[in-house]
Design a protein around this ligand. Structure first.
Ligand SMILES: [Zn+2]
Length: 230
């Protein structure tokens, strides 16, 4: 899954306003950021095969350290403990979800959503055994629709619970996030229905993915700052 993950970022931001939307954007793709980084060193591996499934050219060959359930639980706990160590105890009594918990939930949500779309390539354990995946990627239209519905639903929750700051009550604060989501929906048309380019290699794909995730997080952070005070 690609842009559908950001639905969770928006929903968590709607729940915990003090959590940075930029960090929530990084959080939901943290597992993929580890995966693509590990592919640089040959520790994890994917191949590009045109239309390997209807929705993706990725044949995800080896990714137990990023995408096994045990590894994801480990990364989630590690992020939670590091952030808890870095942040002060400032939980208000009314807060059901702390900022730290919101980021940790963003990290683990990645596996849950990947499970729906991946073909059985998500291992349960570090030893790369017991693979799972419900295989929605075999239907490109349904994959696109699911991601779009999730993302638009997340945006709706976000827009409902955040307000123009008043100071920056501009077109960007009003419509910026909606336009950003429309751009993401457009990019996902290319991502899901586009052909594999002859110039694409696993290395160039991994670099582009990491840059895209970081740029999306920066844009989300910036647009959110235009809209909220926190
Ligand atoms: Zn993933």
């Amino acid at each position: 899954m690609f842009i559908g993950h950001y639905a969770v970022s928006f929903a968590l931001k709607a729940t915990q306003k003090k959590a940075s939307l930029g960090l929530l954007f990084i959080g939901v793709q943290f597992i993929d950021l580890i995966f693509f980084s590990l592919t640089f060193f040959g520790i994890e591996k994917f191949n590009l095969i045109e239309n390997y499934t209807e929705s993706t050219h990725f044949q995800l060959e080896f990714m137990p350290y990023s995408h096994s359930l045990v590894a994801v639980l480990f990364w989630t706990l590690a992020i939670y403990l590091v952030l808890k160590g870095l942040t002060k105890k400032n939980k208000a009594p009314s807060e059901k979800i702390t900022v730290t918990m919101a980021i940790a939930l963003a990290v683990i949500s990645h596996w849950c959503l990947d499970l729906v779309v991946h073909t059985p390539d998500l291992p349960l354990f570090i030893d790369n055994t017991h693979h799972f995946g419900f295989g929605l990627w075999n239907n490109a239209l349904l994959t696109y629709l699911l991601e779009a519905i999730l993302l638009v639903g997340g945006l709706w929750l976000y827009l409902k619970t955040t307000h123009e700051s008043g100071i920056n009550d501009t077109g960007i604060s009003r419509y910026g996030m909606t336009i950003f989501v429309i751009v993401l929906l457009g990019l996902n048309v290319i991502n899901i229905f586009g052909p594999l380019s002859v110039e694409d290699t696993p290395l160039s794909t991994a670099i582009s993915a990491i840059i895209a995730y970081c740029v999306f997080a920066i844009i989300a952070y910036w647009l959110d700052k235009k809209r909220t005070r926190s």
